[in-house]
Design a binder for this molecule. Sequence first.
Ligand code: ADP
Ligand code: MG
Length: 405
Amino acid sequence: MFKNSARSGVRFAKKTIKDVDVSHKRVLLRVDYNVPVDKNNNITDDSRIRASLPTVRYLLEHNARVIICSHFGRPKGKIVESMRLAPEAKKLSELLVQPVQALKDCIGPEVENAVSKMNDRDVVLLENLRFYPQEEANDPVFAGSLANLADIYVDDAFGASHRSHASVTGVAQYLPAVAGLLMEKELTFLGRLLENPSRPFTAVMGGAKVSDKLGVIRNILDRVDALLIGGGMAANFLKAQGFNVGASLVETDKLDYAREMILKAHSQGVRLMLPEDVIVAEKLDGTVSSKVVAITEIPANQIIADIGPATAERFTQEIKKSKTVFWNGPMGVFEIEAFAFGTRRVAQAMAESQATTVVGGGSSAEAVQEMGLVNKLTHVSTGGGASLELLEGKELPGVAVLQNR
Ligand code: ADP
Ligand code: MG
């Protein structure tokens, strides 16, 4: 049943910063400071910076010299002034209550000079790695230049660990590479879902498209006791079951996949729950009225926008009975108030539950953040794509390069 246990078992055997001596050492710390900003470049959500604090503080307390690096946005290998990391350095400095020098480059003589002047417990933030095309190309010379700045590489950028980029996998060819504390936390909580979940284990899946989640649904069906499906992807499953889903987006080339998953659930004794009622509207932009209908009565010109109240209640009861709940993907178009109900109910049910509750995926994490529920959940992953790849059972390249214990 646990097909990937041999491979995923490796994930838990990684060295962390606690397994190496960092004192007086230059540590290249890869973080994910790809934070949301507004038009004026003000950080609108600093959780990713906060999430790096345990590792940064640990390194400082252990007398390391901390050279932080990150990507930000998609500058496509060129210097883009609005994508410099100075605002993130300022935010980190405020949170640490100590100076953080923002360097104007990430490699080269000026950076080398600044690093050579660092003392123990100093922090610098290198400039956006993606100003160099070599970062995403995983260029070995570029990786070597980054590695040259340090004695040890620490990866705390779980959100980038599914990318084989120079600062994620390349540098590990030159330096001893270990996990930071955020990386450890992410791998522990997400890994436990696959390895050793307390039962009953329920997964709640939603989001825009079923095609984004094919691998996750397939893999998680081997592990869960119940799978609850909402969001846009529910239309695909309903259609595969023969229901008329009106004008909802259906990925017709994924109907066979949906049928296969329904059969798979059946043959493994997994309770697969689809909506019994839905909220529909002619358009998804919130400008037209919406109504609740049974899934047998979806009008031809209407689109499924959210799960209905009866479904939300059934999902809530199911979550209440579980010992482990994993949630990925909003139940509806939650960005629009009229379609946020199902997503809120699921988030609320998870927050009220005594179970181990784990949220993965960018939009889902955003929803629980907006609702102020993060502290009531066991773990909200900072890695959207990375958390999904891990749950697909894939080995993350950024994790694979870390030293084993
Ligand atoms: P996550 O980032 O949590 O993995 P996804 O990226 O898969 O989630 O999906 C998030 C998007 O799904 C949201 O923007 C939301 O508006 C959209 N969505 C949810 N339900 C529906 C629906 N019924 N129809 C269209 N889009 C939907
Ligand atoms: Mg998303």
